[in-house]
Write a protein that binds this ligand. Structure first.
Ligand SMILES: NC(=O)c1ccc[n+]([C@@H]2O[C@H](COP(=O)([O-])OP(=O)(O)OC[C@H]3O[C@@H](n4cnc5c(N)ncnc54)[C@H](OP(=O)(O)O)[C@@H]3O)[C@@H](O)[C@H]2O)c1
Length: 292
């Protein structure tokens, strides 16, 4: 049995669909739930009402460690989707509780959605690296999926306002990845976990995208003129602060701009193509046409 945590989130939902397709030959819809039991997929979430009706669901909340023993009972492979929204100590406590409970429940293999090596400069890298270290020193088998930043995230960070993108990316570029590709990679690894035991995959995009690239692509997509006029980190911080975001979110977002602008996230050439066995989706098309 494979259990996917975070199943009501954007990545988890996509993973569930791919896993069900791989294991049963059909995608999950509201009417076609993945099979439960041995060899099947179980949906783990804090929000059962947000997952497809009929799917076998277990309540999984890393913030409620006592509940995890039952939640992981009988699970052979756990796809641990990072629960990265919080201060480092909160995220580390969540991931630590999940791994402790999985080991106690006898889960054989944990697949973890981490962050690309290039992301070491990002404010949220530390909790990912802590989790990787915890997995490597643990008793369960493991595979680490070092995900690059989503094309959908890049879209959200670069809104067009009054015909201009004013994000503080300077001349920096991001090797963004389609979330759907990362979900598919996670599903195929989870479906055959033993074949990926002890592997750490770098899953970044094949094209580095900058503000000017996005402006051109958005103009082509909409037919309206779009320019790129780089802003400053201070302006971005001020806007995020005024928007009422939680305090931990502001350095995360400003730090993401800063790492892209500094040229730390532009490296291409990871293992996504090999893992998928096909050409990855175009991150530029997604970032230009599908703001998250
Ligand atoms: N690579 C990137 O560009 C990027 C961007 C943003 C985030 N991320 C990371 O990747 C993860 C998945 O991304 P996403 O796009 O699916 O984000 P999302 O749609 O915001 O989903 C957030 C996920 O966190 C889970 N979660 C939060 N608190 C939890 C807890 N206490 N216990 C268990 N699960 C918890 C949620 O699960 P339920 O609500 O279903 O329980 C949900 O799946 C995020 O959580 C974050 O760590 C990566």
């Amino acid at each position: 049995m494979i259990l996917v945590t975070g199943a009501s989130g954007a990545l988890g939902r996509l993973v569930i669909g791919h896993l069900a397709g791989r294991l049963t030959g059909h995608a999950v819809t509201r009417a076609s739930a993945p099979p439960a039991g041995e060899g099947g997929v179980v949906v783990g979430t804090r929000n059962p009402e947000r997952v497809p009706a009929g799917a076998p669901v277990r309540r999984i909340d890393f913030d409620d460690p006592p509940s995890l023993a039952d939640g992981f009972d009988g699970v052979e492979t756990l796809l641990l989707v990072s629960a990265g929204y919080g201060e480092d100590d909160a995220v580390i406590a969540r991931h630590g509780a999940a791994i402790d409970a999985a080991e106690k429940a006898g889960v054989g293999h944990i697949v973890y959605t981490s962050l690309s090596a290039a992301g070491d400069h990002l404010p949220y890298a530390l909790a990912h690296r802590w989790t990787e270290r915890r997995l490597r020193s643990g008793t369960a088998g493991w595979t680490i999926l070092r995900n690059g930043l989503y094309a959908e995230l890049l879209a959200a960070l670069t809104p067009v306002e009054d015909g201009a993108i004013t994000a503080p990316l300077a001349d920096g570029r991001l090797a963004a990845v389609a979330r759907e590709d990362l979900a598919e990679a996670a599903a195929l690894v989870a479906a055959d976990a033993a074949a990926h035991a002890g592997r750490t995959y770098e899953l970044v995009g094949e094209q580095a995208i900058g503000g000017a690239d996005l402006a051109r692509a958005r103009a082509a997509d909409t037919g309206a003129a779009v320019s790129y006029e780089p802003g400053t980190l201070a302006q971005a911080r001020e806007a995020f602060t005024a928007s009422g975001l939680a305090p931990f979110q502001i350095p995360m977002l400003v730090g993401t701009y800063s790492a892209i602008a500094g040229g730390f996230l532009s490296g291409t050439g990871g293992e996504l193509r090999d893992l998928l066995g096909r050409t990855p989706r175009s991150a530029l098309e997604i970032a230009a046409s599908r703001p998250d």
